[in-house]
Design a protein around this ligand. Structure first.
Ligand code: ATP
Ligand code: MG
Length: 258
């Protein structure tokens, strides 16, 4: 793991969030450092998606601190998070199946510069930019002109990730990126997020694939249970079984992350 600085990109402390009477987050904390892949794990309903949605500006939070690069984060909407370089790849990927990869990469963001200047990025310009980003992600051999609906789940996942890094973010959040993927496609996602971390990005990844993906492809594991942190591990020092035990039971919070 390469920590390029001691200030985390993101530091969330004791975040609480309720939906009516449902206490989705009861005091959750997480730090995200540049160059680091953090796994967020826990049983269904543990609060993982809620925490990353607060991180991404989708939900506000009721109490607790959220700092970005050491300053209180001014995040009241997803566009505030995007402006800070926090990009999210959602579970449903939000791709348009009838459009090709280039069109999907620029979907909703075709305008570069001021709207009144009418600087609509031209297809040729988009293709160059798309090719750049795919090469950077070592996906240079993926077709950019086929409809993404005709692509495999793994290829679609890669395009969704490429879309998130097109604007050079600081943090990429992935909610269950390997959920529907074959072993080899999941492996490709692992390589891809390591490439991003090696470039100095912070990566947060929610996953239920503890035994393969989480223990092998991440640097640190934060275990959530009932809306709070239950344990923290350094990925290289833990077995899948230990992580699962921390997810489902045991009364005491453990901290082996050092
Ligand atoms: N928009 C919402 N309105 C009401 N309750 C919600 C909302 N979003 C989440 N919750 C509740 O908050 C709790 C945490 O949900 P969350 O989606 O964060 O869990 P999760 O850890 O992502 O689970 P999973 O592994 O199943 O995706 C659950 O009890 C859920 O029902
Ligand atoms: Mg979830």
């Amino acid at each position: 793991m390469m920590r390029t600085g001691d200030t985390p990109l993101i530091s969330m402390r004791n975040i609480k969030k309720s939906f009516g009477s449902v206490h989705a987050l009861r005091g959750a904390s997480i730090d995200v450092y540049p160059g680091e892949i953090v796994a967020l794990v826990g049983d269904n309903g543990a609060g993982k998606s809620t925490l990353v949605k607060v991180m991404a500006g989708v939900h506000g939070w009721d109490s607790g601190e959220y700092d970005f690069e050491g300053q209180p984060a001014k995040i009241a909407s997803p566009s505030d998070a995007t402006a800070l370089g926090i990009q999210t790849v959602y579970q449903d990927l939000a791709l348009c199946n009838n459009l090709d990869a280039v069109q999907n990469l620029f979907l909703g963001r075709e305008l570069a510069g001021s709207w009144w200047g009418g600087r609509r990025m031209k297809r040729a310009e988009q293709e160059v930019r798309a090719r750049e980003v795919m090469t950077r992600m070592r996906l240079g051999n993926l077709s950019l002109s086929r409809p993404v609906g005709a692509m495999s789940g793994g290829q679609r996942q890669n395009i969704a990730i490429a879309r998130s890094i097109l604007w050079k973010p600081n943090v990429v959040i992935l909610d269950e990126p390997t959920a529907a993927l074959s072993h080899s496609a999941a492996e490709q996602v692992s390589i891809l997020i390591r490439t991003l971390a090696d470039e100095g990005l912070g990566v947060v990844v929610v996953s239920h694939d503890i035994h393969h993906f989480v223990v092998n492809a991440t640097d640190r594991i934060e275990v959530m249970r009932l809306g709070a942190n239950a344990a923290s591990f350094k990925s290289s020092d833990v077995t899948g079984e230990q992580v699962v035990n921390a997810m489902v039971g045991g009364n005491e919070a453990v901290n082996l992350a050092g």
